[in-house]
Design a protein around this ligand. Sequence first.
Ligand code: ADP
Ligand code: MG
Length: 305
Amino acid sequence: ATPTSVLVGTSLAAKRGVLIRGGDVLEALAKVDVVVVDKTGTVTQGRPAVVSVESEGMGEGELMGLAAALEANASAAHPIARAIVEHAGSLGSPGEEGDRIKVGEVEYATGKGVKGVCDGRLTAVGSPDFVREVVGCNFGDPEQRPGTAANTEVYVGVEGRGVVGRISLVDSIRPEARSVLDRLSRSGVESVYMLSGDRQPVVSVVASRVGIRPENALGGQSPFDKADFVARLRGEGRRVCMIGDGINDTLALSEADVGIAVSGGMDAASDAADIVLLGEAGGAGAFAQVEDAVAVSRTTFAKIK
Ligand code: ADP
Ligand code: MG
């Protein structure tokens, strides 16, 4: 490809809302044979809603107020944080309960949850492992509890009291995800993997709905696990494209041959990516633009092979 055709390809892509950082990126994308996708916010809309709340030793409003007090003070606006704050608001919790809770410094553990001192007690909101670790409590295997099928679950724990609640959330799958992945697989991409920090049952259900093989869908992945996975594939000589939206994906995005950030996500992901998909307002349709980017790269570099 000539510098001119790369320029033409890049500006063509930009007109469609696909920002490509440099001609090397287009060339690398044309050669990709493995695609790794994040789940939350990438294959799903990233707009989860709270569907049920269980609390122990306090009312639902009080529990949501406590969770929202922590989430609202965490610097990164994670989709789960937004959903919790919104739901607490709908119960009238933040105004009344939230203002009454004294929140100390809050710390966000990427891909795990949020912790901080609320009314003098260390409190955590996040994955079961994270809450267990922070508040030092012991509770049964969450997978053994009923009604947990395909929901993302967030636990709330307080030091000295243990688990005080469980919040279930559901996020819808982007309508275009399945057909986009299908067409990529039929046009030269050999394998598609999904890596997520969420629980395995949720990851498995989402994978089956978008046509990703069960053995290629991995839950409980930390940001480092995601990056290691990409590095291992590259070590095997594969050309890897990683698609993600969150701060938890930045390491993997930089590790990949081509990192693609879907919009609506956090700025950190866009900074680490080689390609940014802007989509429409609110990031709708952004995942479909993966195909636009691949098409432009293959047209531009078709003559090379
Ligand atoms: P994904 O890899 O699918 O994008 P994340 O890594 O962002 O998912 O999150 C993984 C898990 O970490 C969530 O399912 C949740 O249990 C927990 N978690 C992450 N951020 C938060 C938060 N702000 N509040 C509560 N829990 C969180
Ligand atoms: Mg994500």
